[in-house]
Design a protein around this ligand. Sequence first.
Ligand SMILES: Nc1ncnc2c1ncn2[C@@H]1O[C@H](COP(=O)(O)OP(=O)(O)OP(=O)(O)O)[C@@H](O)[C@H]1O
Ligand SMILES: [Mg+2]
Length: 247
Amino acid sequence: MIILEGLSKSFNGVKVLDNLNIEFSEKQITVVIGRSGGGKSVMLKHIIGLMKPDSGKVLIGGIDINTLKKKELNEIRKKFGMVFQDGALLDSLNVFENVAFPLRQHLKLSENEIKDRVFSVLEDVGLKGQENKMPSEISGGMRKRVGVARALILKPEIMLFDEPTTGLDPVMSDVINNLIISMHNKFQFTGIIISHDISGAFKTGNIIAMLYDGSIIESGAPEEFRKSINPVVKQFIKGSMEGPIVI
Ligand SMILES: Nc1ncnc2c1ncn2[C@@H]1O[C@H](COP(=O)(O)OP(=O)(O)OP(=O)(O)O)[C@@H](O)[C@H]1O
Ligand SMILES: [Mg+2]
């Protein structure tokens, strides 16, 4: 469904992605882990066409998105729901309007239809009764959930999560991980999660992949991944200072 083929990208002469290859299987959740500053967000931005590679391809349903015209790319983008690292809520809009925003942008629905869909997805993410709150009045965990609701509202085929649990306490992280699992069961999207949260990755991922030094150095089902003999992967899973990872 989504294939990154030989993707390379440099900024100011520094290679961030270096011949990166990965296939994201349809209707599975793939968690990509890696160090801060390792290029995970850059990889996601290539998938939605916000960045163009120096070389390599981003294939979505067999189509190289970098050969598309703007209008065609916009059509493909409708398949995506994206949960941003910082939530990216609109501060001047309440919870209801934040979630309704993509509906108002992309579909012509009656006010009643909008209400039905927003209330339904807010209930799904456990935010019933919070529709009138402003983003400044709710906690980080709630903001993440609003971000998830807004990404789900157009029933996308593909959901991208950029560090959905970073900055949350372990209990709230678990709530968000469980939310992702239950939403995946309900909506059956192809999921790509970027995370440093190892325990969350093992819990939510059907596949775990590690991005290091600009490319994917290991990927597999959680039980396979855990048994990796790659010393970088072993060090990362262990969360140790000792090992081959250069700090
Ligand atoms: N638009 C840009 N212009 C220049 N450099 C950039 C740009 N975007 C990202 N970078 C650089 O690319 C590298 C990777 O950044 P990226 O945001 O992908 O890291 P990350 O793996 O998502 O890290 P984190 O886990 O902290 O979010 C960093 O060194 C960053 O400074
Ligand atoms: Mg990032």
